[in-house]
Write a protein that binds this ligand. Structure first.
Ligand SMILES: NC(=O)c1ccc[n+]([C@@H]2O[C@H](COP(=O)([O-])OP(=O)(O)OC[C@H]3O[C@@H](n4cnc5c(N)ncnc54)[C@H](OP(=O)(O)O)[C@@H]3O)[C@@H](O)[C@H]2O)c1
Length: 402
């Protein structure tokens, strides 16, 4: 019997829910599972239901104004849970003494500080929150480095592409790697003519062809920003320069990424598009355990798989991400924060679809990059970029719809 003592940050989200399903499966298979802490942003009813099911030591709602509601929801509950509100509560969940592994399933820049705190406290982090690496990759990977192990150690990727790369890379040293190839589904607008982009609605953009995910990552997938963020994520996780990280469109989302070695051999990772697989792998690593939830890939039924290059003119987000990581310093934090604001504005009908990348490009242009920033400088750069993107969105939306 193995034991899993876990905190789940963002347990009410898509990845958080999948992580709980994996833990359910591990528990059903006889492993000892203890959930130390669960957190949400505003979803109080769902968090309360999770508390009743999992009996954690701590439950946190990031929006502190909802704490009284959470208390009411849990009236009569006899499990003795500590209830907290606010960012500090999330940070407490990230370092909870009864958790060995922290699943970071938060969305956006809110995931950075808890990742830093968890690593500082010596926890293993199963990281779905790619934004933490986009903003503070240098800081986070420095904290995660283990002097006794060549490549990571305390930071396990949950993103399916990075889990795939991790598995295909094995112990091969960097010198043997020609390039990493991230696959992208291409999103719902892979074939949409660029002239139609200004009239794309949030409802259309939220219809992802192969994955069922939270809203922000679904829009990021439609703009290909998600793939750009993943290029930055791969750069930090695997320590390879951005020129060695390619992207290929693979509409079926069956091959999750590939590693090309210097001798011309390419290793690909196949599975069903189901985040519960990389979550299980991150939790049980270095062991491989029998799949506890989900379906196996019927490889005989697949038929042809397609691969094609991305169209970077129609989808400028990839270029913006490369520019951000090549420049470094505070620029990736600025890109990320501007994107978060632009995506929310698009979902609220305040910005057109092409306006998302346009706004980000403008904010990046204006930014005076700080080299080698510390955590406070990264947070300040993100706050500045969010303000600028807010200020800009009206003008951009008007321009791009003309
Ligand atoms: N979904 C996927 O299949 C997938 C695949 C690969 C990688 N990822 C990455 O995984 C992360 C999570 O994605 P998701 O799709 O699971 O997102 P999601 O469904 O929107 O869930 C986000 C979770 O974080 C909480 N949250 C949101 N804003 C917060 C804040 N400011 N402070 C504290 N908590 C906050 C949410 O609480 P509420 O429920 O109260 O809103 C929810 O529990 C993202 O970084 C994404 O890029 C996701």
């Amino acid at each position: 019997m193995d034991h899993y003592h876990v905190s789940i940050l963002g347990s009410t989200g898509s990845i958080g829910g999948s992580a709980l399903e994996v833990l359910e499966g591990l528990a059903a298979n006889g492993d000892e599972v203890f959930v130390a802490a669960l957190t949400s942003n505003r979803s109080v009813k769902e968090l309360a239901a999770q508390v009743r099911r999992w009996r954690p030591a701590l439950a946190v709602v990031a929006d502190a104004s909802r704490l009284p509601e959470l208390r009411r929801e849990l009236e009569g509950y006899d499990g003795g849970v500590e209830l907290l509100g606010g960012e500090e509560g999330i940070n407490r969940a990230a370092i909870h003494e009864e958790a060995e592994v922290i699943v970071n399933a938060l969305v956006g820049g809110a995931g950075l500080v808890p990742t830093v705190r968890a690593l500082e406290a010596g926890k293993r982090v199963a990281l779905a929150n790619k934004e933490a690496l986009v903003i503070g990759g240098n800081l986070v990977t420095e904290l995660a480095r283990d002097p006794d192990s060549s490549r990571w150690p305390r930071l396990m990727p949950v993103d399916s592409e990075h889990s795939a790369l991790f598995q295909a890379l094995g112990d091969h040293p960097d010198e043997e790697v020609e390039r990493l190839i991230l696959t992208a589904s291409g999103g719902p607008f892979r074939k949409t003519p660029v002239e139609e982009f200004p009239s794309i609605t949030p409802q259309q953009a939220l219809r992802h062809p192969t994955w069922n995910m939270g809203k922000k990552i679904t829009i990021d997938s439609a703009t290909l920003m998600n793939k750009g963020l993943e290029v930055i994520e791969a750069h930090w996780l695997f320590g390879l320069p951005v020129e060695k990280i390619g992207v290929v469109i693979h509409p079926q989302s069956i091959v999750h990424s590939l590693v090309e070695f210097i001798d011309g051999n390419i290793l690909a990772h196949f599975s069903v598009p189901d985040m519960r697989l990389p979550i299980q792998y991150a939790l049980t690593y270095p062991q491989r355990k029998k799949m506890v939830v989900g379906e196996r890939l019927g490889i005989e039924e697949l038929g042809a798989l397609r691969f094609e290059p991305p169209d970077e003119e129609r989808f400028p987000a990839l270029g913006l991400c490369r520019r951000a990581v090549e420049t470094g310093g505070t620029l990736p934090a600025v890109l990320n924060a501007a994107n978060e604001v632009a995506v929310s504005a698009f979902l609220a009908g305040e910005l057109s679809f092409p306006g998302i990348t346009e706004a980000i490009g403008h904010v990046m242009e204006e930014h005076k990059v700080v080299d080698e920033p510390d955590l406070e400088e990264l947070i300040a750069a993100g706050a500045w970029a969010a303000r600028r993107a807010e200020e800009m969105k009206t003008g951009i939306s008007g321009r791009s719809q003309q």
